[in-house]
Design a protein around this ligand. Sequence first.
Ligand SMILES: Cc1cc2nc3c(=O)[nH]c(=O)nc-3n(C[C@H](O)[C@H](O)[C@H](O)COP(=O)(O)O)c2cc1C
Length: 174
Amino acid sequence: MKIVIINGSVRKGNTLAAIEAFSKGAEEKHEIEVIQADKLNIGFCMGCGACECHKGCVHTDDTNATIDKLVAADLIVFATPVYWWGMTAQTKLIMDKCYCRGAQLKGKKIGVLVPGGSPVDAVQYQLIKKQFECIEEYLSWDMLFFKPFYASGKDDIRNDAATVEELIQLGKSL
Ligand SMILES: Cc1cc2nc3c(=O)[nH]c(=O)nc-3n(C[C@H](O)[C@H](O)[C@H](O)COP(=O)(O)O)c2cc1C
């Protein structure tokens, strides 16, 4: 599979550690590309409707090239820390732009990795999961995994051998 991972975190902390461990497991069998969301120049969706959900975005920024990568992916992994009970703004910016070619993004396999500063039974993970489940239904996606992580310190995932191993095995299982 071609796996495209969206890293919705700026810092080299838990989300990156989760991505690295997952990739270590997956890279034997699959091609992996990581999109560093904060490095992209993507304007806000203006809701202009010119895209008609298939023509692409009118913005002459990184939007269309990014959506090209998502359209070409067999599996899209959204890796985002919890910010204010939701995904980060940079993740949401890409999510919003999926609207411009939603018709071409139908039927994708997706996965979600979500480190947060609270235990995994906290409501923020349910909120984020529900949001992805709604998008899954709308775009006929197939969510292969949704993994929340309790990681309040910057290196919590990197220093947690069991979690790292779990992520490696998750990548290998694909
Ligand atoms: C602006 C901001 C908002 C946050 N909001 C939440 C939150 O609502 N719930 C939560 O559990 N953690 C929250 N956190 C904690 C992060 O999700 C957590 O530290 C995560 O591991 C950070 O991932 P990173 O190291 O990849 O940046 C917040 C952190 C920041 C900086």
